[in-house]
Every structure is written in structure tokens, then in C-alpha cells.
Design a protein around this ligand. Sequence first.
Ligand code: HGY
Ligand code: MN
Ligand code: MN
Length: 423
Amino acid sequence: MNKILITFDEAKKMAKSVMKRCNILGKISENKNIITRLYLSKEHKHVNIIVEKWMQKAGMKTWQDEVGNICGRYEGNTLNSSAILMASHLDTVKNAGKYDGILGVLSSIEIVHWFHKKNLRFNFAIEVIGFADEEGVRFGIPFLGSKGIIGEWIKDWLNIIDNKGISLKRAMEGFGLNPNFFNKASRAKDDFITYLELHIEQGPYLYLEKLPLAVVKGINGMYHLECKFIGESGHAGTVPMSCRKDVFFAFSEWLMFLRKNIQKEKYSKKIVSTIGKFNCFPNVTNVIPESIVFSLDLRSIDNIILDNFLEEILNYAKKISYFYKTTFIYKKKYHSFSVFFDEKLQEILLKTIKYFQKRTIEIYSGAGHDAISFAKRCPTGMIFIRCKKGISHNPNESVLDTDVALSLQVFIKFIININQNFL
Ligand code: HGY
Ligand code: MN
Ligand code: MN
């Protein structure tokens, strides 16, 4: 079976079909001008129906699980054998591109379709999952889809409400899911022998190195906080500056401290910090704000550096808020330690990429991925595909179909190889 290879021309044809399907799903959005597809939305349901049909055409048995993931299974030589899981997510951020997550799901389906057409079966099954929610945009918790598969949902999450006041529980019911059955989505540990994810890099390294593919060594640790400076609202025209409890002065001095701190030798190039969401109350021109609420996203591959930096900027926030007679409070909404992928799997992926692409690089992922959920359960590997100028979470996200073709060749060869040697 080792001799079976897929030619680049054949792979390019498959890549064209993957890109066409990315375009089709890119049109399914809550907003006709930008791509936004959130968990348990009608767009999510629409995409699941289409992707399920593509999975069935590829020879897979399909089902939608109890947290809304769309799943497909291509049996091995023997029924009910453990599976290689190839997956990624189908939800998007707001104003997204067409490839983040989606490319990995559709490429995986295309690969299974190729095996199905060649009537190839392996010592393992292959499962493909389109995770229902990775971005966490609607309910603020990332990786809800893959956490459903590994049984890491917490019942309290059902009461979390979205920005329209709809609880996760109600949203599940509206989607046709029974919120009390979320545990039924979880799969046994030995259902999966390996987790593989193809994903766009979403950063600039492959683009700068002029390389199509790279092996991912691991994923940065991450904190998501919700922070609040609380002052005192008052009349913009009458309150003297010396009597104000001005949250913006506290916030801006804190932000300057953060910027200076992150440039210090001990932190520079090791941490990224983002304030993506920002709200001011009451947000009226002639009222001194009572409070500002904002998100803080911090990431680093080094967990200690990440914790030290976070402690320093939280301490300073408390100090500067006292100086301006305001209060600073925060909530840790999410935390994941950095994750390092299986060395042996990386070696095989590296060798397989080098078979087609003489040179490659190994990088850590600044972006979070569903692979985080599986790294502690089974050998987990990721391949990054170049995206133009590293642009992502942006409608200008773009990939080359020749790079997609190469990634299909790599994954097909990888699966045929491990069928021979690995198991
Ligand atoms: O935030 C991330 O890293 C991913 O896009 N969810
Ligand atoms: Mn993303
Ligand atoms: Mn993603």
C-alpha cells in the first residue's frame, strides 16, 4: 500500500474542490457583508447539514452529536476499531476569513473521499469532526465543541448567557439539542489513537520563509480576563478635574505600563497581549464614565513568564486605580497551559512533509486550536499551511490552492505510512 501515492495534479484537483467548498461555507453567515457564524445559530445548523452531505458522499457514516458537532466515520478493515481523528472547527469569529478551521475540516473530508474512491481501508477507522464552537465568541468559552468530545463540559455553563440574554441551555434547545444530554457527546479515551489537525498558520512565519507547510510543535498558554475599572459618573461640565474618579486616566496609565512592561528584555518577543473588547458605561458624551469593561488576552509558550507578567500588570492596575480613586476588579474567564505535541508524531509529520517539500520549519502556535483538547489524551499533531502575509481573523485571509494540494498529499502519505509502520 506504501506505493500508493497521489499525484500533484490529482491533489490540485482535490484542492480546487476544497477551496470551492470553503467559498460555499463562506457565504453562510449571520451578516451578508461579513463572515460571522456562531455556535448554535441557524448558520451553524445550515453548515452542519451541508458538511454532513459532503461527509456522506465521502463514504462516511455521519451523525450530529449532543453538543452540535458534525461527525463522520470511515470504517477500518475491522468494524468498531479505534480511529485517527482529523478535525477542526466550523464556527468563526466576527468578520472572519474563509479558512480558519473550515479548511481543516473540508481537507479531511476530501482525504477520506480519496481513500473511499480508491477503496482503501486501514487497520484503524478515520473520523472527521467539524467542531461546533472553537472560537467561543457567543458564550465566551473557547473549544466548546472539542471539550464536548473529551467530556470536559461543566453543567454551570448551561446558564451562561450570550449578548442577547439567551442562555447556552436555551440556545441548545432552540438548536434541537437536549442540554441535559451534553455528556453523551463525550467519547472514550481509546476511541482515538491519534488526533491530526490541518490549520492555517494565522501568523507570518511561513509566508516570510516562503514555505507552504510547517509542523506545529505546540500551542501557547493563554489567559482570557474580563477587567473593569470603576470610577464615579458625573457631569462632564461641572466636576473639577481634581475631584474626578476618572477611569480613563487609570486605564490609560495602566495601558502605558503594560506596553512598557511587555517591551522589557525578560518579556519582549515572549508574550502577546490584546485588548479586543471594550465597553464604557454609560457611554454618553457629557457624562464622566462610571466604569469601563474590557477583555485581556495574554499568551506565551512559557507558562512562568505568562504568570509573572500577569501578576505584574494586575498589581499595577490595583496601584494606579487607587491613585485615581477608582477600583480595579477582574475575572479570569479562561486559562490553558501551553501544550507540547507528541515528539514521535512530529518526527513522522516532518519526514512526510520533507518528502514533498525539501525544507520546512517547526513552530509553536500563537493561536489556540482544538488540538489543545486532545494533546493530553492521545498523540496529537498539527500541520500549518501558509496564509498570505499571515493575515487571519480577517476577511482577507487567503491560502494558495497549490499549498492546499501539498497538504493533502502529505496527509494521505502520512496516513498510509502509519498504517504500515506505526500500528
Ligand atoms: O483565539 C484563538 O487563538 C483561536 O482563534 N480560537
Ligand atoms: Mn480562530
Ligand atoms: Mn481556528
